[in-house]
Design a protein around this ligand. Structure first.
Ligand code: NIG
Ligand code: FE
Length: 408
């Protein structure tokens, strides 16, 4: 039997907001004094609470003023790692650059060493802890990248950890292989390393059902454009979906993303008007990672320009031990919004259905008929309070697949 959840002061449905381009707040499609009718794991109806009451006797009554949003979606994280990079962060605060630390063998290499040395059980515990914290912040779908293994054995170890965590984590985990994060110290030739991944790792990922998504860090200090394009083309031919760490310090990655029809191009802090136009013309979602801008003390992704040009913009944490250790999606989205002059609708779209688009998912991110009943209720009486409080007000209730989630 269907269940009615409510009443909510407001339900921010985002029910028919377009996938691309600028939005004004009419796109929030707010229903007042509303309820949501849920059938098993899916949303059946949204409407006036008192009217919907006549449709079922199973009512989950909500106390106090609450505003309901779709469950949040974090479409770019690196949640499996060993060790800490507090030393890097301290060096960066004193003026050392992220790229210089990497060049000197620290940075990502430091996390690779610690992650390789860590037993799977420790990595699993860390992933579950981070995913649970995210869930309490209203994040019900989380993309998780590998990328601190950099060889077949350890990349598989990390992706197996993500697979195993699905049994213990309530949120959906969407795995991505980022074995091409940087070239490991054992290889002097980047092309040779990519050949090794193509031959020895990618086919195994499909056979073992570990992921159907491939990522690469396109950057002179990681993998140059032509090499990356070749690797991604091969992955695409094998049947993988693509996503790219693009234009973080130098341009290039976003162009490849558009050319190859990647689901998303992420970072884009260095994108110029040319890259903005290329992305806007494509179906590739531009993913802003304000947590990395904050963690590195660098400029934000040109989110306003991307939206005005017609691109689809998602916002994600990039939660990782190096560039983005904070991992708070709502705080970061609110900060990006005030710097980049985004509307509430653009910010909420970026952490809900547009983030779902970046993951190739069209069954979530809106409160509308047929969508997954992933929901987050905030203890406020006006949706504007959520971003005004800069993400510090956390959900009082979260539902995953129609079921209320207790504190984890
Ligand atoms: O998205 N830029 C490349 N990769 C990650 C950071 C990884 C790290 O520093 O550990 C990012 O920012
Ligand atoms: Fe990243």
């Amino acid at each position: 039997m269907s269940k009615l959840i409510g009443p909510f002061k407001e339900i921010v449905t985002l029910s028919s907001a377009p996938e691309k381009g600028a939005l004004d707040d009419s796109a929030l499609d707010i229903v007042q004094n509303a309820g949501v009718l849920v059938d098993d794991e899916k949303i059946l109806k949204v409407g006036d609470f008192d009217t919907l009451k006549s449709e079922t006797s199973d009512v989950e009554e909500i106390a106090g003023d609450q505003v309901l949003l779709p469950g949040l979606i974090d479409c770019h994280t690196h949640l499996v790692w060993g060790g800490t990079r507090a030393r890097d962060y301290t060096l960066r605060m004193s003026g050392e650059s992220y790229e210089k630390i990497l060049e000197q063998g620290g940075g990502i290499f430091d996390s690779v060493e610690k992650t390789r040395a860590a037993p799977s059980t420790d990595l699993l515990t860390g992933l579950i802890r981070r995913a649970n914290r995210h869930l309490m912040d209203g994040v019900t779908t989380i993309e998780v990248k590998s990328g601190y293994g950099l060889n077949v054995e350890n990349e598989l170890k990390i992706l197996e950890v993500v697979k195993d965590a699905k049994a213990d984590v309530i949120s959906d985990l969407i795995p991505t292989c980022l074995a091409a994060h940087v070239c490991p110290k054992e290889f002097s030739d980047k092309r040779e390393f990519l050949n090794y991944l193509e031959n020895d790792l990618l086919p195994q990922l499909l056979v073992k059902g570990l992921t159907n998504r491939i990522d690469i860090f396109v950057e002179p200090s990681a993998f140059p454009m032509e090499m990356a394009k070749e690797y991604l083309s091969k992955a695409k031919n094998l049947g993988f979906e693509l996503t790219i760490h693009a234009d973080q310090f130098h341009i290039g990655g976003s162009q490849i993303a558009a050319e190859l029809g990647a689901r998303s191009a992420d970072h884009l802090e260095a994108s110029t008007d040319r890259e903005v136009r290329i992305l806007a013309k494509s179906e590739t979602v531009a993913v802003a990672l304000p947590g990395a801008s904050i963690g590195l003390g660098m400029n934000f992704t040109p989110a306003r320009k991307l939206l005005d040009a017609g691109a689809s913009l998602a916002i994600s944490t990039d939660w990782n031990p190096g560039s983005a250790p904070m991992g708070d999606l709502l705080v970061q989205a609110a900060i990006l919004g005030i710097y980049e002059k985004l509307s509430s609708a653009e910010i909420f779209a970026g952490i809900t259905f547009r983030a779902a688009k970046a993951l190739g998912l069209n069954d979530r991110g809106r409160i509308a008929n047929g969508m997954k009943a992933d929901l987050a209720a905030f203890p406020v009486n006006d949706y504007r309070e959520i971003l005004y409080n800069q993400g510090k007000i956390k959900p009082s209730l979260v539902w995953k697949n129609g079921k209320e989630v207790n504190h984890v």
